[in-house]
Design a protein around this ligand. Sequence first.
Ligand SMILES: [Zn+2]
Length: 212
Amino acid sequence: MTTSVAGPEADLSTTVPAPGRPAAAIDPGRVADLIAQLLVELGEDPTREGLIGTPERVAAWWSAFLSPDDAATATCFTESQLSDQLVIVGGMSVWSLCEHHMLPMNLQVTAGYVPDGEVVGLSKFGRIARHFAGRLQVQERFTRQVAEHLIGVIAREDVAVAVRGVHLCMSMRGVRMEEARTTTVHTGGRFGTDPVLSQQFLTVAAGQWGAP
Ligand SMILES: [Zn+2]
């Protein structure tokens, strides 16, 4: 099991269209006004010293969060001798926002696929993860979206995505279980029919995460 990629000078590349963006560009001035109103409703004085500029900073953060790197084009490189090798990219950590509570969730992503004459540019994996994290999300949908995007990139179903999430809505509110981790796994194509391949992927994914 190795991780490999062809050089960018490979002779053929293909691209896939962008997945849907969550929203049109936001109006930072309008968002800042609303944040100032929220502060008032929460019993704060947005004009006090410590809160000067806070609504603008929060609005700038929302703009940046909703405009992550574009995963629009994932490039595949021809590597005609390469097939039946399990390629796994792990250690990708992205932040998203739980859409039920608007609290952060940290998602540790491991993605794998089996190339068949083409390989995906490795840097794209992180961009794809960040792209789908930059919106109000649930971990289950995020996992599926990353998998479906990769399926589109390689034009085959042989994709596996495993995600381990830490949700602040579990840690700092409600049940307050700070050690809780949520794991979601999508396995398609050969990962769904070949138990050895599936187990190899899950073993590597679990190794990326360390102790549960
Ligand atoms: Zn939540």
